[in-house]
Design a protein around this ligand. Structure first.
Ligand SMILES: [Zn+2]
Length: 238
């Protein structure tokens, strides 16, 4: 697994980014553009409440002039339990399968996303996947942990054995706090886009706040707001 700054050997290669239109994937996209010669994106529609993020993802990719594939996997709602799907209950409650996990958790989401992204990467003849998952502000999402990502990378390569095209998953935000992710966006020159355009809110609320768009109440907004306040406070003291 790679962290920020050690990608110099991949500068001549292309990468595929898993894009959601949120803060983390947008910052990871800017990071990928700095570390790879060519970047393309894939974004999934899975009947999420905040499906407005797809339009935002397209807009952000257009702005960076990179191609984006929008893939419909809305059948997911027929298979797994999550309040993140349209028409389901409150995302702030505990999950039906484990009350310690937020109700907005979508079981197997990142496993499915990464598997489908790897499939598309093979078609594009690209071996690098970039995803904005992060373990630092761990909120009970098992599929955001580093150990999970390492395991998926091994599994994907065991499933194919493509040799030169064996998948490498890059997670530039894995060990960053939300505050540090804001700082990275500033360093990469995409902070303005993160604040004005990205959508991270689980309720898809487009109310504009100092930390960006959101309802201010869902777990994602609370984390983003706290991170932005920490980032601002560190900036004013540096
Ligand atoms: Zn929200």
């Amino acid at each position: 697994m790679s962290s920020v700054g050690d990608e110099s050997s991949f500068h001549q290669e292309g990468a595929l980014i898993l894009m959601s239109g949120g803060q983390d994937s947008t910052t990871s996209l800017a990071w990928a553009l700095k570390n790879f010669s060519e970047v393309s994106a894939i974004c999934f529609f899975y009947n999420q409440k905040h499906s407005g993020e797809i339009e935002i993802a397209e807009k952000i990719c257009n702005r960076f002039n990179i191609p984006i594939k929008i893939q419909d996997i809305s059948f997911l709602k027929d298979l797994v339990i999550s309040n993140l799907f349209k028409g389901r209950g409150n995302v702030n409650e505990g999950h039906e399968l484990n009350s310690q996990v937020p109700a907005g958790f979508v079981p197997y989401r990142n496993l499915i996303f990464l598997t489908l992204a790897a499939a598309w990467a093979g078609t594009l003849k690209v071996r690098h996947l970039v995803t904005g998952v992060c373990e630092t502000d761990y909120s009970g999402y098992a599929d955001c942990r580093d150990v999970f990502i390492k395991s998926v990378q091994s599994t994907l390569n065991l499933a194919t054995d493509f040799s030169d095209l064996n998948i490498i998953i890059h997670t530039p935000l894995m060990w960053l706090s939300k505050s540090e992710t804001f700082r990275l966006a500033e360093d990469l020159g995409c902070l303005d886009i993160v604040l004005k355009e990205t959508m991270t809110c689980y309720n898809g609320d487009e109310t504009m706040n100092s930390y960006g768009k959101g309802c201010g109440r869902c777990p994602s907004c609370i984390l983003r707001k706290k991170g932005y306040e920490e980032y601002r406070s560190k900036r004013s003291h540096s």
